[in-house]
Design a protein around this ligand. Structure first.
Ligand code: ZN
Ligand code: ZN
Length: 146
């Protein structure tokens, strides 16, 4: 099992690597702000395959595609753990940096290349999207994984 936790370890989680759908970089402004960095690196995991210990606090904002994004974080130390779209609650977007071992994570594509910062450039070696089309165009393959 893969395991991760927040900085104070009040929140921890686990899942099996075989249940991962895909992993992505997101350079959108909201991810930049919520991570305090140039991008968020997220792993799609079906909700039913992720076990979480501890209580996350959620902040909701409206995403660029009109969906409502809920970002879950530890109320004690503030580490961002996961997010999800309210309209698609069965898929969680886990923040890769909270994993104990993230060396195995393979990034499939980058989102929101148009808002990437010069100091945190989009990785040229992987597919990238100006906005966030993946979740829509791949919705069928995502659904199959649930
Ligand atoms: Zn914490
Ligand atoms: Zn984002």
């Amino acid at each position: 099992m893969e395991k991760g936790h927040c900085q104070c370890q009040e929140i921890s989680y686990s899942f099996a690597r075989e249940n991962v759908i895909s992993a992505h970089h997101c350079h959108c402004k909201d991810c930049q702000r919520s991570t305090g960095s140039g991008k968020a690196t997220i792993i799609y995991v079906p909700k039913k395959h992720l076990t979480i210990q501890g209580e996350l606090k959620y902040f909701e904002s409206k995403g660029s595609m009109g969906m409502h994004i809920k970002r879950g974080f530890c109320q004690n130390c503030g580490s961002g753990i996961l997010s999800y779209a309210k309209e698609l609650p069965m898929i969680l977007f886990l923040k890769a940096g909270t994993l104990i071992d993230s060396s195995w994570v393979e990034i499939k594509s980058s989102y929101f290349s148009d808002s990437a910062q010069a100091w945190n450039k989009v990785d040229d070696d992987i597919k990238s999207f100006k906005g966030n089309p993946d979740i829509i165009s791949n919705i069928k393959s995502v659904m199959k994984a649930l």
